[in-house]
Design a protein around this ligand. Sequence first.
Ligand SMILES: Cc1cc2nc3c(=O)[nH]c(=O)nc-3n(C[C@H](O)[C@H](O)[C@H](O)COP(=O)(O)O)c2cc1C
Ligand code: SF4
Ligand code: SF4
Length: 411
Amino acid sequence: MSSSSADLNVQLGSLSLRNPFLVGSGPTVKNVDQMRMAADNGWAGASIKLAIDPVPYLSFPPRYRWLKKEKIHIFTAEKRLTADEALSVVEQARSAVQDFAIIPTITYDGQDYEGWGRLARRFQDAGAHAVELNMCCPNMSFNLSSTGTSTDKSTGASLGNDLTNLPTAVRFVTESVTVPVIVKFSPEGNQLAAAGRVALDAGATAVGHSGNRLGIPDIDITRPLDPVYRLQDQITLGCISGPWLRPLALRDTYQMRHHLGPDAFIIGSGGVSDLQSAVQQIMVGSDAVWICTETMIRGFDWLPRLLDKLTNYMRDMQYKTIGDMRDLLHQNITSAQGLTLHDGYAQVDPAVCTSCGMCWKIGHCNAIHHNEGTTVVDPELCLACSTCIDVCPRGAISMIERPASNMPTRE
Ligand SMILES: Cc1cc2nc3c(=O)[nH]c(=O)nc-3n(C[C@H](O)[C@H](O)[C@H](O)COP(=O)(O)O)c2cc1C
Ligand code: SF4
Ligand code: SF4
């Protein structure tokens, strides 16, 4: 690397990542061939598909929907690994890949919380570079209780929201292993920041979030009882991921960074698929990023192009390290009370306007008038909301800022 090159390296406790991009736990990291492909394409590591011990109590053949138009991925039915299957992936990956973080994702489902520590220890002994505790999956006991099914299970998002027992489970792990411990949470339950603090206080090296929201997919209203999944009869609340999730996932990371402070190592996820979405995640507070859905749809081989683009972008922006970008957007997010607004009004350029009429229909606007083929804005009635600029297909409208001394008083 030349002295002017951007440094993409990220330090997660004792673990050095060659860049901030980890394959997120899911169906693209269930076996060693997938790990090898990810490593060959420059990914920094992978969080292996969730392993549940003693046995995965909810595990089905996968049924997914990728709704292209809406950019929504949704699923509930999913295959989880047994501990032995995941241990075997870790052992094989240790000899198959280099410079690639092998991170098993685990859930202990026994009666005693000590079992979390025993399970983590088995993965460390098998060669894991870090262990990730799944306190995020909303498709297991959290789904059952959300859909009215009584259950004595408390795993995934349920345990992640249980601030009494969560630290016990995390502490048994942090006291049993020396490798970094990552705890992944769900925004479902609204406790991201508090749960992140509890996990860090219990000794976790890093915390993060899945970004996933539980939702109900689009149905055909002429056949409302038909399943939207193929080869599956009913629907239940499903995990939404992919680009649709971005604004919410940015907020999740922001919330964690805001409450956990600058020293916490945070891994964000939710809809990252390109330079723009990756940098945004980092700028609201992510040190590293998990990407899952995009690897399901496009595989792994698009990462080298993204790394090139990121390096060029960082050089142009004079960011030397990922840390130079982290939190930049975060710092500009203020409370609703603290906003600075500039007064102004919209103006139509008659040379560009084609009188298409789209802005005439804006329901909250009384300022736009049209006479004899011309569209004009009355500056005194204009609220300066700027909706017309977004509606206009021609780019004929712009905002004019009023000098502060001319600011009219408005409600
Ligand atoms: C099909 C599927 C399976 C997933 N399985 C897991 C899992 O086993 N453990 C986990 O922590 N996250 C799991 N996730 C969540 C992803 O790792 C990721 O955090 C989330 O989907 C948001 O990122 P994305 O929009 O890039 O997919 C899964 C996501 C999908 C789509
Ligand atoms: S800025 Fe808002 S209020 Fe002003 S003309 Fe455009 S839509 Fe109307
Ligand atoms: S939307 Fe644009 S092009 Fe259409 S009438 Fe309004 S200003 Fe003119």
